[in-house]
Design a protein around this ligand. Structure first.
Ligand code: SF4
Ligand code: SF4
Length: 197
């Protein structure tokens, strides 16, 4: 019973809190996963494989493909310039709430240096000077194309973008599902580790 409530609390910690809290928990979880992500490790044995870490190269490749496609269509630059304007374009502070500790953990494991960005305007705290810090992005951010972009992207190009974006999304979802399965059935890490940005 106690274990059950610990796991419930752990799951709540992953999905609720302010960006600073989520980032601190993500650092604790990423450190734990680097050591314990194989289920056998939770029982005290040595991990033989690490399913959560093993799938990262595929996700990185899919995200690279999407970035290259967007770059080729000039969207990366359009969004970068737009997001650099006061308020961050569609990358507003309000949108930062779409990021949770699971997503941040995934980015940390992809070697993204996630640091909260201080903006004097209303921009998302994950918006850096060169655009979004993340490789793995919130669903809404992956799927959102403002009217201006939609009007300028030919339908076949939009279709290609959606296909690749869906690949990224599916891999992100798979990863999250594996993580949640691991946390529910095998281990309960503490996310109260000290993290100083
Ligand atoms: S999707 Fe549209 S509003 Fe959002 S950053 Fe790109 S150009 Fe700007
Ligand atoms: S998470 Fe990234 S893409 Fe989404 S709003 Fe923030 S900076 Fe923009």
């Amino acid at each position: 019973m106690k274990q059950h409530s610990q796991r419930t609390e752990l799951l709540a910690q992953l999905y609720t809190g302010n960006p600073g809290q989520l980032l601190a928990r993500a650092h604790a979880l990423a450190a734990w996963l680097r050591e314990h992500a194989a289920p056998s490790a939770c029982g005290g044995g040595q991990p033989t494989s690490n399913p959560l870490m093993d799938t990262l190269p595929q996700l990185r490749q899919a995200a690279d493909n999407l970035a290259r496609l967007m770059q080729a269509l000039g969207l990366g630059e359009s969004c970068r310039l737009c997001a650099a304007r006061p308020g961050g374009g569609c990358c507003s502070a309000y949108m930062a709430a779409n990021s949770d500790a699971v997503l941040i953990t995934l980015n940390l494991l992809l070697d993204v240096k996630v640091q909260l960005q201080v903006h004097t305007d209303d921009a998302c705290c994950f918006l850096g000077a060169d655009g979004c810090l993340f490789i793995a992005k919130p669903i809404f951010c992956l799927n959102y194309y403002c009217r201006q972009l939609q009007e300028n992207i030919p339908p076949d190009a939009m279709h290609r973008i959606q296909v690749v974006a869906n690949q990224v999304l599916n891999l992100q979802n798979d990863w999250e599902n594996k993580l949640l399965a691991l946390l529910r059935t095998h281990c309960t890490p503490s996310l109260s580790g000290v993290y100083q940005p």
